[in-house]
Design a protein around this ligand. Sequence first.
Ligand SMILES: [Zn+2]
Length: 232
Amino acid sequence: METESVQVMVVTPHPDDAEFGVAGTVARWVSEQKRVIYVVCTNGDKGTSDEGVSPEDLVKTREDEQTAAANLLGVKGVIFLRHPDQGLEDTPEFRKEIVRLIRLYRPETVVTADPYRRYVWHRDHRITGQVTLDAIFPYARDHLAFPDLMKEGLSPHKVKEVLLWGTEDVNHRSDITETFHVKLAALRCHRSQVGHIPAEELEKRLRERHQSFAEGENFSLAEAFHRVEILW
Ligand SMILES: [Zn+2]
């Protein structure tokens, strides 16, 4: 795994969330020569309705699917934190893991799940978003936060921009008209999650969703985010 700095870090709760949330934009960034890495927080071992699949086999399958999707998109690397699915908590240890990676890879932009979606929202999505926002500010920025990281040579880092998918408060639409087909192909790598949906049906559903996100824009397909610029 390279540790060269990147422009974009995507912090995803489960294998497949990043493809649903941001893969079209990732494909565009990669085409613009931006370096992107993925951090996958959980091992996804609860993500099946098939009672014949063991959690251990599911983890292996989902990591392979995530790696295939990332490779297809041109993502530089995938870091699997392997927390248990449905088991994330807002702890100093988890926060420190994210701070460590932000300081190591020094992204300008971090993309993750919006923790402020109301009511029915996967707990892992809520906690990933919250912990990532906290890790960005103030913990990654302040040298006195986790002082042992300084001793490891991981100096403070200021992230400039956060994009949150799954948001109810869209203020940023990213043009994925040219990369929609790449997003679709990346999503199809997650066979354990979308394999039961007929190919045309998946494309139709996805196209309708991204058309609706692009309403009012001068392009036809969009991914939608709440964007936060960090000025301090
Ligand atoms: Zn998820």
